[in-house]
Design a protein around this ligand. Structure first.
Ligand code: UDP
Length: 327
């Protein structure tokens, strides 16, 4: 059994990774300040309340629990918010990781799995996107994640830190039993907002941009089920625990759905209409983001199992119905 410190383990993706680790016999120790995570999502190991920017709190967690590796999920993620509060994003997303790396160094822990994002690519020239695509992020959020990637490369080359930087495409879905899922406040993501509109909560939803040069004019994204994402994390963890070096790896499916295709799938799955209004484009939205996952397939043995759009929406709908008290 390995003990893994899950920084941000009370959040959406972190909690699914905890569950997957526990299912294979590892012990996830959640370190989270609960600023956006949820205590009720910590079920598979102890919770240490602490902030990634506090060396003392991290040091205490390391000396009390003596983990073998660290997985990092604790970050500000709302792209629009980052444009308004860049200092907070740099402080938490980059400053927090520097503090984490210093605490890992003090505790002599080398392996780190880091949550990166397809936002590091900005507006890619070639889609599907391989890891060789240029990284020119167009948002504060993307730049903070890219900055950490660069920092990890530099430090790994010198200090023996071993890292995986997983570049997620669009994480979506929930655990099939409806137990844990996506709970952001405010919610900005497409699938939960479409489900909310289908449920008749808060009126219709806004569709941002119907004039893109895509098959139906709306943005195309690569939605990856959070269960598949969790599986990819376990494989990446095994890689960083097994040997030296670091790597960057796309985690998606290679298949895309447009916003309108997602809304149709929501109508099919829920059996309810999704009222929406067309609005202007949202700043910073690229027309099409699709992963080339050849590297994830060969290096991590990754093969998405649950990521067709209807399964994703079906699981998300079950979770949200439970959370919203809908039968
Ligand atoms: N989107 C939308 N209405 C919403 C939320 C999202 O039209 O209420 C669109 C958004 O403009 C983008 C796609 O849905 O084209 C996916 O957005 P999301 O925020 O879910 O993920 P992102 O790709 O920005 O990480």
């Amino acid at each position: 059994m390995a003990k893994i410190l899950i920084v941000g383990g009370a959040g959406y993706i972190g909690s699914h990774v905890c569950r997957a680790l526990a299912a294979r016999g590892d012990l996830p120790i959640v370190f989270d300040n609960l600023s956006s995570g949820h205590e009720h999502a910590v079920k598979w190991g102890p919770l240490v309340r602490g902030d990634i920017r506090s060396f003392a709190e991290l040091e205490r967690a390391f000396s009390e629990h003596r983990p073998d590796a660290v997985m990092h999920f604790a970050a500000n993620i709302e792209v629009g918010e980052g444009q308004i509060y860049p200092r907070a994003f740099w402080d938490n997303n980059v400053g927090g990781v520097i503090t984490l790396l210093n605490a890992m160094e003090r505790a002599d822990i080398k392996p780190l799995v880091f949550s990166s994002t397809c936002a590091v690519y900005g507006e890619p020239e070639i889609v599907p996107i391989t890891e060789k695509e240029k990284c020119e992020p167009v948002s504060v959020y993307g730049r903070t994640k890219r900055a950490v990637e660069i920092m990890l490369s530099d430090i790994a080359a010198r200090d023996g830190v071993r890292f995986a930087a997983l570049r997620y495409f669009n994480a979506a879905g929930a655990s099939p039993d409806g137990d844990i899922g996506e709970e952001h406040d405010p919610e900005t993501h497409l699938i939960p907002n479409a489900l909310k509109a289908a449920a008749g909560l808060g009126g219709g939803m806004k569709l941002f941009g119907a004039d893109y040069a895509t098959r139906d004019g709306t943005c195309v994204r690569d939605y990856i089920h959070v269960l598949d994402l969790a599986t990819a994390h376990l494989a990446a963890l095994d890689r960083v625990m097994a040997g030296p070096g670091g790597f960057f790896c796309n985690i998606g499916t290679g298949n895309g759905a447009s916003v309108l295709e997602v809304l149709s799938a929501v109508e099919r799955v829920t059996g309810r209409p999704v009222p929406f209004e067309k609005h202007a484009r949202r700043e910073g939205d690229a027309p099409e983001l699709l992963a080339d996952i050849s590297y994830a397939r060969s290096w991590l043995g990754f093969s998405p199992q649950f990521s067709d759009i209807e399964t994703i929406i079906d699981d998300a709908w079950r979770f949200h119905k439970k959370a919203w008290g809908i039968s």
